[in-house]
Design a protein around this ligand. Structure first.
Ligand code: TEU
Length: 554
């Protein structure tokens, strides 16, 4: 198999609980995914990332793994998994799993044994730290509160960067590393093509466990995110992981890495980098004004454009990014990136064009391809996500009214993207015959696959046009591997770039509700894609309608 077989591919993320429920228990499952492989093939998907399907108590929806070698019964059996891998392969689709190895579930056998004997060998699988006077330091977990919880019956505390039901694994312990590596190889042996690697920059800890100055919130704590800078070096762990596992199988890996600096890119995704690719979270992070969801603000088209240009300038000579507009942790991209009054099929198609044709591996998140938007939940009780519930309570304790707190979490809740995939406009969306595990108060069921699949003008059909360009006889090579080059940079709200390989493809996106005029430098050979019915052109003068996106071949 070719070394960089994954270059120029199109990927899709499945959130298994919410994709397709084959046995009508209200929860999606593996057989449900297998049933939809033809749909995914038709969409032009090469790589399928499954969010966790391992055995789990689902405190954090499967990102708390109780057994790495077992499929959770709500998703089916290991036979179902084998069948999915095989059926996908038949359709030219590679499956990648979610690799969650910073932490496991408190229900994992290792943690249970550690609790049973807090001085025994399994305690060494975790960070059990002795402390006489309360928690060892002032670090705050990602989901709120201290990262430390008491080991019952001792004066020790265990570390959890995320929820208390997600104890961090002790990567300092070579036995733990070896067991994790064996597990990774076991899955690769099974025939999966690689992994999306969860929270991987958290595996190294600052073993001095020093407190840091509070980040200014009332609890006096500091987010564990800030501590990562002191947790060095991480290289030995990542190198060992890669050499003992991924490299041996020529696996594709995409790291969940936030806030990487330009200096780190070579190490992360360069020629001999730790991962094949990492996600480009920069567009999503643009909203992060202040620390809490209630302080976040929607970014502008110009900010988005600037970030994208900058990111490519910084990265493209080094490695390949994986691009997203949303995922299971984020608001829906349409709602995030398009001003509410401008959301339409046209603007969704413009956003799609921007993401899918950038240089990189586009990851389409389930439902994105039909233009799913944020969901409305009327009360905090209707939410499932632990992060949402935490952000809500923080907002309340910071003095927001119930209404304002709810308003903030509505916009950024992880549940926005976790509701069932909308296959039809039926009561339960053709996802299930029974009430799904997660349901918004007012589902926007008019957005669904059935109504779009045979409509050549639908968002879904448009996504297919974009992915088809990856296989285009003349222009495919440029789309798959061509250089990214910004054009018409100074034109307000116009996000425009070329992909230059054997041929030249120009992508022009008017990301605004105002008409925009430009003068082309030369006549194009072919209009490859247009998200509107017509093109308003006089000679080289081009008038772009609001949110019009054009893909021109030269
Ligand atoms: O996310 C890691 C992570 O950094 C998240 O805390 C992220 O900042 C947050 O979800 C944004 O709202 C990964 C998974 O993607 C997430 O679903 C898990 O909850 C988390 O790891 C713990 O495994």
């Amino acid at each position: 198999m070719e070394k960089n077989w994954w270059k120029g591919k199109v990927a899709y993320q499945i959130y298994p609980k919410s994709f397709n429920d084959s046995n009508n228990d209200g929860v999606g499952d593996l057989k449900g995914i297998t049933e939809k492989l033809d749909y995914l093939q038709d969409l032009g998907i090469d790589i399928l990332w499954l969010s966790p399907v391992y055995k789990s108590p689902f405190v954090d929806q499967g990102y708390d793994i109780a057994d790495y070698y077992a499929i959770d019964p709500i998703f089916g059996t290991m036979d179902d998994m084998d069948e999915l891998i095989m059926e996908a392969k038949k359709r030219g689709i590679s499956i990648i799993m979610d690799l969650v190895i910073n932490h496991c579930s408190d229900q994992h056998e290792w943690f249970q044994k550690a609790l049973a004997d807090p001085n025994g060998e399994y305690a060494e699988y975790f960070y059990f730290v002795e402390s006489e006077n309360g928690v060892p330091n002032n670090w705050r977990s990602y989901f709120g509160g201290s990262v430390w919880d008491k080991v019952p019956g001792t004066n020790k505390y265990y570390l959890h960067s995320f929820h208390k039901a997600q104890p961090d694994l002790n990567w300092q312990n070579p036995v733990v590393r070896e067991k994790l590596f064996n597990m990774v190889n076991w899955w690769l042996e099974k025939g999966i093509a690689g992994f999306r690697v969860d929270a991987i920059m958290n595996i190294k800890k600052d073993l001095s466990w020093s407190s840091l100055p509070s980040d200014g919130e009332e609890d006096g704590l500091v987010t564990v995110d800030e501590v990562l800078a002191y947790a060095q070096p991480i290289e030995p762990f990542l190198t060992e992981l890669k050499e003992k596992t991924f490299d041996r199988y020529n696996a594709f890996t995409v790291g969940e890495v936030f806030d990487e600096t330009g200096d780190e890119l070579q190490f992360l995704i360069g020629e001999n980098g730790m991962f094949s690719s990492i996600f480009d979270f920069r567009p999503i992070l643009l909203d992060r004004k202040g620390k809490r969801w209630y302080t976040f603000e929607q970014s502008s088209a110009n900010a988005l454009k600037e970030t994208i240009y900058k990111t490519h300038k910084l990265t493209d000579s080094i490695g390949i990014l994986s691009t997203i507009i949303e995922n299971h942790d984020e608001a829906r991209g349409a709602t995030r990136f398009i001003p509410a009054e401008d959301i339409s099929d046209t603007s969704k198609k413009a956003l799609a064009t921007l993401q899918i044709l950038r240089k990189g591996i586009p990851f389409i998140y389930q439902g994105q391809e039909i233009g799913m938007e944020n969901q409305t939940f009327d009360t905090i009780q209707e939410y499932d996500d632990i992060n949402t519930i935490n952000e809500y309570h923080v907002a309340i304790s910071d003095g927001l009214t119930d209404e304002d707190a709810l308003h903030a979490v509505q916009k950024y809740s992880r549940d926005n993207a976790r509701t069932p995939m909308q296959w039809t406009d039926q009561e339960y969306f053709g996802f299930s015959q029974v009430k799904p595990w997660l349901l918004s108060s007012h589902p926007n069921r008019q957005i669904n696959v059935a109504s779009q699949i045979n409509d050549a003008t639908s968002v879904l059909s448009y996504y297919k046009k974009l992915t088809a360009l990856y296989r285009h006889a003349l222009y495919g090579e440029s789309i798959r591997s061509g250089v990214f080059r910004p054009v018409y940079e100074s034109v307000d709200h116009l996000i425009a770039y070329e992909r230059v390989g054997d041929r030249r493809v120009q992508v022009l996106i008017n990301f605004s509700n105002q008409e925009q005029r430009i003068t082309l430098e030369e006549a194009y050979t072919e209009l490859l894609v247009n998200n509107l019915e017509s093109i308003n052109q006089g000679g080289l003068e081009l008038y772009l309608e609001p949110y019009q996106a054009l893909v021109l071949g030269y």
